[in-house]
Structure formats: structure tokens, C-alpha cells
Design a protein around this ligand. Sequence first.
Ligand code: NAD
Ligand code: DAU
Length: 350
Amino acid sequence: MKKNILITGGAGFIGSHVVNLFVKKYPDYKIINLDALTYAGNLENLKGVEKHNNYEFIKANILEAEVLHQVFTKHQITDVIHLAAESHVDRSIHSPLDFVYTNIVGTVNLLNTAKQFWNQEEDHLFYHVSTDEVFGSLGEAGYFTETTPYDPRSPYSASKASSDHFVRAYHETYGIPTIISNCSNNYGPNHFPEKLIPLFINNIIQEKPLPVYGDGNYTRDWLFVKDHAAAIDLIFNKGQKGGAYNIGGFNEWKNIDLVKLLCRLMDQKLGRPAGQSETLITYVKDRPGHDKRYAIDASKLNKELGWKPSVTFEEGLDQTIDWYLNNTQWLDNVTSGQYQQYYSNMYGNR
Ligand code: NAD
Ligand code: DAU
């Protein structure tokens, strides 16, 4: 069936994998990628699809309601996959309002536009991509399920939780067909080097300090980004409207163990003596309100739609490290300009 899908945030990390997948896999779907190209958006991530007939890029901000109106009119948007967001917890601690504007107001703008244009008799979907951080922080045991009560604890997760609530409210109140998915930590190519894995890969390459927050005994559940994109594809096409799905890697790692693994793998790849990169590990002041542990129970998605991760962590990390080593120009491009300023504000000049 023909669809005109508006994908927001398609120049970012996860969005670029979703756009690349959908444009190539579904020639009958017209993909309109709307992205403001903030520091996190990069058109280099889309080189593989930019010439495809079923793809169009629009540089715009989801805060611009009139532009959204024009885009829905011009392209007769049938579906939305909404990924545009401010996505970094540390930035949310420094500038919470940016997160309120993009993540909450921007999402409500999109919902309002869909409500204006979509008729209840037609087949539409507003797919909202969200995070497991809305569920808060776990102790040593247990998992987040789709029914875990929301308990956001950072400005980032509070803004994402709020946007999830608005998506549900628009479903209940106005009958907008919606789906929400809440995913664990992604890693892979195109990841901006401010998040743990790409930042540390970049710093190891450059032999710079690796700033581990607190004692490093915080746990995250890591998923290869292409497996997240595959889950979004499945849920978009086959998921239950009005529902929510948790997506996770069944792959928990304490930060410090993950960092030591990265150091080992990078020493091998770079031909450095074993143990060299570990000497770069530097324990720094903890992140305020640092969530202890995230772990996703993705069994609903597995049972209902048959999804499971396709690569092991070892395979995914190997591909990721190779990608960064083969794309040093990409790294140089995204770490020029404001990047140095941001890091000297965060950690001082090192
Ligand atoms: P990202 O920061 O890499 O990309 C965000 C994209 O949104 C960028 O291209 C940016 O230019 C664009 N954008 C930001 N503000 C905008 C605005 N006002 N208008 C239009 N475009 C704007 O983020 P990501 O890591 O790819 O995350 C994508 C989505 O997935 C987010 O909603 C995030 O909350 C969610 N998520 C991320 C992870 C993860 O581990 N990265 C995990 C679960 C969920
Ligand atoms: O769980 C999903 C979330 O995962 C997404 O919603 C967010 O968009 C994404 O950024 C990510 O959030 P985290 O805060 O978990 O990711 P980050 O890579 O920033 O940090 C991972 C862990 O590593 C966390 O415990 C903090 C720690 N850390 C991070 C950085 C950047 C460090 O110890 N040092 C660092 O320099």
C-alpha cells in the first residue's frame, strides 16, 4: 500500500538508520525526512538514499507549526514516525528548556497537525519513538515492562515521559491512531560522540582521557541501532494501534566493564600494546541524579511480532568500532566547531 511517511529527526543517529532502511526497503512508501539539523543532525548519514526518487529532505524545526501544516498539505502525509528530539541526558541537565521545547512542545505541534489533517475513517499512524528512561531507575533485579509506572528522573526523561503522555492523550481524546515504543541504549554507526560508546571510541583513537562518571557501577542494556530500526519497521507495519512496545538488547553491562572491553578491543584493532587504552580511564564527578540501572523486558515484542536482536554485542561492537575507524573524516567533521567548546565547558580543558 502507498504511504507518505513523515520521519522527523531522520538526520540523527537512530533516525538515519530508520530512513535508510525504509527508503530502500519500501519503494512504494514516500519518505519525507524533516530535521532541523541541530548539532546532532548530519546529512552525511543519508548519502546512501539522497538520490532515491521516494526520498525528500526538508530542513525545518518541529516547533514551526505553520511549516508542519505546509508539509502535511504538500505531501499528504499518511503516517508519522517521530524521532526528532534533544536526546542527551547531560545536555538536559545544563539546558532543560531546550528539552521542553523540542521534546514536549514539538511533539504536541506534530500531534495537532496530524489531528487537523487525519480523518478517523482513514488508515493512519503516529508512531512515537521513546526511551526506557521514562520508567526511572531499577535496583539490582527486575525489568521494565510495558506496564511499569512512569518515574522519570532527569530533565531529558521527564520531557520524553511528558511527550509519551501527550501521545496517549491524543489517542484517547481525539482518536489519533498511535503507537509508542520505549527502547534501551542504542549504539552503532552515526552515533554522535557525546554518548558513552562513540565518545570513548573517539577519545581512545585520540588517546584522550575516558571520563567515567562516579564509580562506573551503573548498568545499561545495549542494543545495536540496526536492530532498533528493524523493530521500528516491524512495529510500524504490524504493531497494535493504541499500544506500546518495549525494545531492548537483553544485554546488560556495567559501564566500567563495557569501557574496559572497549579498551581491549580498540588496543587490538589499533595494534597498541594490551592495557594501553585502560590507562586513559579517569573517574570524574558523577552525573547528578544518575539512574543506577536500566533493563528492558522485550518479551511482548518477541511474542507478538517475533522480534529479537539479530547481532550479538560482540558482533555489533566490532562493526561499530570498524565503522568509526573507517570514517575518521565523519568524526573530524562532527567534532569541529562547537564540539570543543562543549567539552571544555563539561570537563575543563584536558
Ligand atoms: P539524535 O540526537 O542523534 O538525533 C536527533 C535528531 O533530531 C537530529 O537529527 C536533530 O537535528 C533532530 N532535531 C532535534 N531537535 C529538532 C527540532 N526541534 N526539529 C526538528 N528536528 C530536530 O537522537 P537519537 O539518539 O537518534 O534519538 C532519536 C530518538 O530516539 C529520540 O526521540 C530519543 O529520545 C529516542 N531514543 C534514543 C535512544 C538512544 O540510545 N540514542 C534510545 C531510546 C530512544
Ligand atoms: O536508555 C535509553 C537512553 O540511552 C536514550 O533515551 C538516550 O537518548 C541516550 O542518550 C541514552 O542515555 P544514557 O544517559 O544512558 O546514555 P549515555 O551514553 O549518555 O551514558 C551511558 C552511561 O555511561 C550512563 O550511565 C552515563 C555513563 N557515562 C556517559 C558519558 C557520556 C559516563 O560514565 N561517562 C560519559 O562521558
